[in-house]
Write a new protein. Structure first.
Length: 251
C-alpha cells in the first residue's frame, strides 16, 4: 500500500503533478498549489539555497535593497537589510527567507534551520521552507531534539507535532509518527493535512478501519480548507480500504 506523507515539495510535484498513491517513508510532496518560488527553492534544494525575491508588488524599500544586494553578492548589506526589515516586521516571510538563505551561504545551518522553522510555525504548509529544511540535511537526531525542545516551550504547537511526526515518518517510526500526528490533529482538528497524515500512519500500521476513518475526515475537511494532498488519490485509497475494513469487522 502506498500514499504520500505531506512533508516537502520536489520540483516534479509542482503545478498539479502531485497525483500519486504511494506512501514514501522519507516523505514527498506537499502543496500542489506551490508558487514559482517554491519550485525554484526545491530545484536548488541540494545547495540549500532559496529564492529571496520579494513576493509583493509594493515592496518595502529595505527588502528591495536586500534583494539587490543579495543579487550582487554583497551579503553583509543584504543581511543588514533583511534583519532591518525583520525588526519592523518580525514575521515578514520574504525577510525570513532572505535571512535564512544568507545564513546558509555563511555556513550557519543552525541559524538557517531556526529561521526556516519559524516560517513553518507561521504556516505549516509553507512549501519553500519545507523544501529548504529538507535540503539542509540536518541529522535526524538533531532535528528531533530541536523539535522536542520547541514543544517543551509550546506543547500546544500543532505545527511542531506535525513536523515531529514527519521526522518520525522519514525514519519509518510509524508508532511514534501516529502519536505525533494525533497530537497535531487534536490541537487543530480542522486541518485536512493533519487528518491525512494521521490516516497514512494508521495505514502503514495496517489499522485499516482507523486509516479509513481519517482519510474520510481528511476529505471532508478538504472541502472546507484547501489541502496539500491529492483528494482524488485519497478517494481511490478509501475505495480500496473499504473492503478490508468490512472484512476486519467481520472477523
Amino acid at each position: 500500500m502506498n500514499a504520500h506523507i505531506n512533508r516537502f515539495v520536489r520540483p516534479a510535484m509542482i503545478a498539479g503533478a502531485c497525483a500519486s498513491s504511494a506512501i514514501i517513508a522519507a516523505g514527498v510532496a506537499i502543496g500542489c498549489e506551490a508558487d514559482e518560488r517554491s519550485a525554484d527553492a526545491s530545484a536548488r534544494g541540494a545547495r540549500a539555497t532559496v529564492s529571496v525575491i520579494p513576493a509583493k508588488s509594493d515592496i518595502p524599500p529595505l527588502l528591495e535593497h536586500a534583494y539587490r544586494a543579495y543579487q550582487t553578492g554583497d551579503l553583509d548589506a543584504a543581511k543588514a537589510a533583511y534583519l532591518g526589515q525583520l525588526a519592523i516586521e518580525p514575521l515578514n516571510r520574504d525577510a525570513l527567507l532572505g535571512a535564512a538563505a544568507i545564513a546558509v551561504r555563511e555556513g550557519d545551518p543552525a541559524r538557517a534551520y531556526a529561521l526556516y522553522l519559524k516560517l513553518i510555525e507561521i504556516d505549516p504548509r509553507d512549501a519553500v521552507a519545507q523544501a529548504a529544511l529538507a535540503s539542509l540535511q540536518v541529522p535526524a537526531a538533531a532535528t528531533e531534539s530541536r523539535l522536542k525542545r520547541r514543544l517543551d516551550a509550546r506543547p500546544e504547537g500543532a505545527h511542531l507535532h506535525f513536523a515531529l511526526g514527519n521526522q518520525y515518518a522519514a525514519q519509518s517510526r510509524w508508532h511514534d509518527a501516529r502519536a505525533a500526528y494525533l497530537r497535531a490533529y487534536a490541537a487543530e482538528p480542522d486541518q485536512p493535512d493533519f487528518a491525512y497524515n494521521l490516516a497514512v500512519s494508521y495505514d502503514r500500521l495496517r489499522q485499516s478501519a482507523l486509516a479509513l476513518e481519517y482519510y474520510r475526515r481528511a476529505l471532508k475537511l478538504a472541502a472546507v480548507h484547501r489541502p496539500s494532498f491529492d483528494a482524488d488519490a485519497v478517494g481511490a485509497r478509501v475505495l480500496r480500504l473499504e473492503p478490508e475494513s468490512v472484512a476486519g469487522r467481520a472477523q
